[in-house]
Design a protein around this ligand. Structure first.
Ligand SMILES: Cc1cc2nc3c(=O)[nH]c(=O)nc-3n(C[C@H](O)[C@H](O)[C@H](O)COP(=O)(O)O)c2cc1C
Length: 334
């Protein structure tokens, strides 16, 4: 399949693996890129720019295909040394960066000087337009369904994607709630040039996380995520667990006066406990509603091949079938 995104990034299939804290290591990024998608290493999971440089080198050892690095610009007072992270990215020969969080405006000159294509992930049309205006090459439009930070507008992708298509000149991928061929074909119909998946890629053989995390995703339904930290305007969609129940109880008690310190135990340092130790009740970790569509733990290649083969069937048989008066395929329910 050829789209503006496959051409821009030099990849075979229009499928991107979004940056994920304590999941987006070289093993997963390389597996996605080797399967013809775009794998992404999560920059800030590497505690120093030197460690990121090593992770990039490890990924180069595992794939000759293009892969990217995610740089999340956090709303924090003690900002990580972003210029040094960008230097590690440039010196590592990376040509694609997924930015997220705050606007990457301040860092665009350094990224562009390195010949890097920037895809900014954001949750609204206005932030997408801002990304276009500051010179981003593409946008990852992240709907309310998404795992992680859906923003504060609560705009689901059925509205957000066609609105983005109406306004943007640069290409965009659909992010949030994407799981399979149906997601991809729907995203293309709504104006996107591909899709970005987070949660779905965690339930793959190569995702370097504890088996309990994969089991929890297969077991979860679409009703099992919760929104936390709304009062802090830092809303996050997470998988429900005992730690999250505690967090929600504290949020209920504190109301609008909630401070980050009140929920420190339920949000700080949770990722290594969940992803490495498999402590599923440790606290808040990002997870999308799409968990309700995850039923197996395939290899990344099996997942991507299945998506592309099913997408072709969906388009050729089901969709064109609607236009063909004699077609039986089009009358099938799904
Ligand atoms: C466990 C997990 C950790 C994530 N960590 C980050 C992160 O560090 N930076 C970032 O930009 N996005 C992060 N995301 C968001 C994903 O890149 C992606 O945008 C999101 O998962 C898409 O929604 P989906 O989960 O419905 O596919 C994370 C998502 C998950 C599930």
């Amino acid at each position: 399949m050829k789209t503006a995104i496959t051409e821009m990034f030099g990849i075979e299939h229009p499928i991107i693996q979004g940056g994920m804290h304590y999941v987006g290591f070289a093993e997963l990024a390389a597996a996605v890129s080797n399967a013809g998608g775009l794998g992404i290493i999560t920059g800030l999971t590497q505690k120093t720019p030197e460690l990121l440089a090593k992770e990039i080198a490890r990924c180069h050892d595992m794939t000759d295909k293009p892969f990217g690095v995610n740089l999340t610009f956090l709303p924090s007072f003690t900002a990580p040394p972003y210029p040094e992270y960008i230097a590690a990215i440039r010196e590592g020969g990376i040509k694609i960066v997924e930015t997220a969080g705050r606007s990457p405006e301040q860092y665009m000159p350094a990224l562009k000087a390195g010949g890097i294509k920037v895809i900014h992930k954001c949750t609204s049309v206005r932030h997408s337009l801002k990304a276009e205006q500051i010179g981003c090459d593409a946008v990852s439009v992240d709907g309310f369904e998404c795992g992680g930070h859906p923003g504060e507008d609560d705009m689901p992708n059925m509205i957000l994607l066609p609105r983005a298509a109406e306004e943007l000149k640069i290409p965009f991928v659909a992010s949030g709630g994407m799981a399979d061929a149906r997601s991809l074909v729907a995203a293309l119909a709504l104006g996107a040039a591909g899709m970005n998946m987070g949660t779905r890629f965690i339930a793959t053989k190569e995702a370097p996380v504890h088996g309990n995390v994969k089991k929890a995703l297969v077991a979860a339904s679409e009703l099992d995520t919760r929104l936390v930290m709304r009062a802090l305007r830092n809303t996050e969609r997470v998988l429900k667990n005992k730690g999250v129940d505690r967090l929600i109880e504290i949020e209920r008690e504190k109301g609008a006066s909630l401070k980050i310190a009140d929920i420190h135990e339920e949000v700080a340092g949770v990722y290594p406990k969940v992803m490495i130790d498999g402590e599923m009740d440790a606290g808040a970790w990002s997870c999308g509603m799409v968990a309700g569509l995850i039923r197996d733990v395939p290899t990344v290649k099996e997942l991507i091949d299945r998506i592309m083969a099913d997408a072709e069937r969906l388009i050729r048989d089901r969709l064109t079938g609607f236009l063909d008066a004699d077609s039986k395929a089009a009358l099938k329910v799904a």
